[in-house]
Design a protein around this ligand. Sequence first.
Ligand SMILES: *Cc1c(COP(=O)(O)O)cnc(C)c1O
Length: 467
Amino acid sequence: MPTAHPSGWAHADGALRGPHWLREPADANELVPALWSRTATKTDGVLSVGGVPLTELVREHGSPAFVLDEDDFRTRARAFRDAFAGYEVFYAGKAFLCTTVARWLAEDGLSLDVCSGGELAVAERAGFPMERVGFHGNNKTVRELERAVDLGVGRVVVDSFAEIERLAALTAERDRTMGVMIRVTAGVEAHTHEYIATAHEDQKFGFSIASGDALEAVRRVLTAPGLRLLGLHSHIGSQIFDTSGFEVAARRVLALHARVAEELGTEMPEMDLGGGFGIAYTTQDDPSEPAQLAAGMSEIVDHECRARGISRPRLSIEPGRAIVGPSMCTVYEVGTVKEVALDGGARRSYVSVDGGMSDNIRTALYDADYSATLASRASEASPTLARVVGKHCEAGDIVVKDEFLPGDVRPGDLVAVPGTGAYCRSMASNYNHALRPPVIGVRDGKTFTVLRRETEADLLATDVGVA
Ligand SMILES: *Cc1c(COP(=O)(O)O)cnc(C)c1O
């Protein structure tokens, strides 16, 4: 049993155990399967994904690299599709989007959410069926809306009165119609392990149900001839582990849904409950399976609809992280290892790798926890508490705050971090003029390049100062 240490991470005896949830492994070589994509295995200490040893992958494609397990991604996408049969399942492209992934989703029958012109461009390039695209965002430009209308995007999730006006004008000008969902704030927000009912809903997204804005938005959409009202949309947050938070939100959204039927005589055919399903980044996380989530959400909605005597709208959900998150890991090469003395005589090992906050900003941005393993060899050394840090000019450039790695980790070793599929490559930057790493697909013992590594020529292409 892990125990909490109120006096901090440094014990009186000088040993360093890390945060209370961190499990000290008997053998630091061992993989924790729940954290890795389904084809990840270790043989003689060498990590393989999709049948490809990462030592070989790095020899061929260099380091650092994102490794995308095709089988894992598609299995997770299909698991959501099948568990949520009868729903429309939108993959949230902002988690990670490229033409390869868009094509897999199209083939496997999922729909796709985008929230910018750039993401829409990827969907277009991939030949993704536009009627299965949803367009999100609190500040879509007129140009982006025009493009959505011209491409025949299936639905726009409207987020402001100004946007309703713009979209109404655009569809009228073009004599087109557009399916519209109305993003509402239910006054419930998920904060990883807890839900916060925000009384004044102090954030930028959506129309407030409590203030009456949401009902007013419904009225305005109904009066625009080019806008086809599909339903209400609510997204309560991210890294949610069970369906309890959806209960309050679904109740509030369905109350408005019923009110629209009663007062305005319009039965909206659809309702979207958003995404945010959690994954395991470390051993402290225990996510639910899609089937459990589906059962929980359907039960909540059915119960509410029965109680209100209304028929159930067609539901949709928008998982991003829960599909792509576990299907990628990042492999890095170790450059330096530094032992640092802490109070109480404890020591921490700083393992510096050839990437960092430019390929994974989540640790610095959200204080996110990750795990890591030595990926290129077996070690007999006993586990030491390590911190995996990047090569950027920031003390906060941390990839993995706390992990037990073998005590002899040294320059030239490969270290892999699981669960980096969502919001890592998609949030990657060129900070310090870093070249963003490639995404290398793996399947059946073969690699294929999904996104190539950036080059200095890519970096300099936008710098027009010297001809
Ligand atoms: C971010 C977002 C999602 C996806 O969230 P995940 O945590 O990746 O599942 C879905 N819907 C909306 C509206 C979002 O903003």
